[in-house]
Design a protein around this ligand. Structure first.
Ligand SMILES: [Zn+2]
Ligand SMILES: [Zn+2]
Length: 255
C-alpha cells in the first residue's frame, strides 16, 4: 500500500491511496484539470482509480469530485448529509456511507469516522489493506474526541491536520466570526491539538506522519515543525509537511 498527497490546504485537498490493482481518491478540492495534472505528475495509471471518497461538502474537499468521477465513470462515496448539501442524492455515481460502516474497494477497507466539524455530516477515514496495514487520514475537525482516538489506534501512517497557531489566528487577518469558527470545537485543529492527537495514538508500528491543511495565513511552517518534532522524536527538519500546490511524494507501507 502506498499513498500520496496531491495537495493540502484551504485552497484544496486530495490524497490518493494505491494498493495493487486498486486506488482510491480521498477528496478533491481541485478542478478536474488540476487534479489530472497532479495525478499525471504522480505517475499513476488512471484506470486503477476505482472510487472516490468525500469527507464533507466544503469546497476545498468536494469541489472537483463529480466532474472527475463522471470523467472516469467511478462511484463517489459520501455521507447522506454531505450528499444532501451538495445536491448529489439523485446522482447515479453517488454511494451513501455512514460512520463506522467499512466499504471494501479491492483489498482496501475504508472505515468512515465521525468528527466534529461545521459541516452537515463530516467523516474522516481509516484505510486498511488485506495485510492489516492502516493509514489514518484526519483533517477538518475542531476537537479530538475519545471516539477518534479509538478509531485511529494502530495506524502505520497518519496524515493529520495542523491547521493553525492560536496566537497567529488571534492577531491574523480573519474577521472575529471566522476566527471563532476556526478555533472552535467544530473548526480546525491547532498545532498543539495535532501534537496531542499524535501523542495519544503513537505506537511502535507508526512509520509515517505527515501534517497537512496548514493555514497560509494563521500558521507558520517552522512553528509546525517545532511543535511536532518532540512528539515524533525527530529533528524539526524531518517533520513531513504537506504542500498546497505540490505533491508530497509517495509514502510506501509494506510488510
Ligand atoms: Zn478543509
Ligand atoms: Zn471543512
Amino acid at each position: 500500500m502506498r499513498y500520496i498527497s496531491l495537495g493540502s490546504g484551504s485552497r484544496g485537498n486530495a490524497t490518493l491511496v494505491h494498493c495493487g490493482a486498486h486506488a482510491i481518491l480521498i477528496d478533491s478540492g481541485f478542478s478536474r484539470k488540476v487534479l489530472l495534472q497532479r495525478l499525471a505528475a504522480a505517475e499513476i495509471d488512471l484506470s486503477v482509480i476505482r472510487a472516490a471518497f468525500v469527507t464533507h461538502e466544503h469546497s476545498d474537499h468536494a469541489k472537483g469530485i463529480t466532474s472527475f468521477c463522471e470523467h472516469l465513470n467511478i462511484p463517489f462515496y459520501a455521507s447522506f448529509g454531505t450528499a444532501r448539501k451538495m445536491e448529489w442524492t439523485a446522482h447515479p455515481l453517488w454511494q451513501c456511507i455512514g460512520a463506522g460502516a467499512a466499504v471494501q474497494i479491492g483489498s482496501l477497507a475504508v472505515t468512515p469516522v465521525v468528527v466534529p466539524h461545521d459541516a452537515h455530516e463530516p467523516l474522516q477515514f481509516v484505510i486498511e489493506n488485506a495485510q492489516g496495514l492502516r493509514l489514518g487520514i484526519l483533517s477538518d475537525l475542531g476537537a479530538v474526541t475519545p471516539h477518534i482516538v479509538g478509531a485511529y489506534q494502530g495506524c502505520h501512517a497518519l496524515q493529520v491536520e495542523a491547521n493553525h497557531d492560536p496566537g497567529m489566528l488571534e492577531t491574523g487577518p480573519y474577521p472575529p466570526v471566522l476566527r471563532a469558527r476556526v478555533a472552535g470545537d467544530y473548526g480546525h485543529l491547532s498545532n498543539a491539538q495535532c501534537a496531542d492527537f499524535i501523542a495519544r495514538v503513537r505506537w511502535p508500528g507508526l512509520r509515517f506522519v505527515t501534517a497537512g491543511h496548514i493555514s497560509e495565513k494563521n500558521n507558520d511552517r517552522n512553528l509546525v515543525r517545532q511543535i511536532l518534532a518532540p512528539v515524533l522524536e525527530c529533528h524539526p527538519d524531518e517533520v513531513h509537511l504537506l504542500e498546497q500546490d505540490d505533491l508530497s511524494g509517495w509514502f510506501s507501507l509494506a510488510d
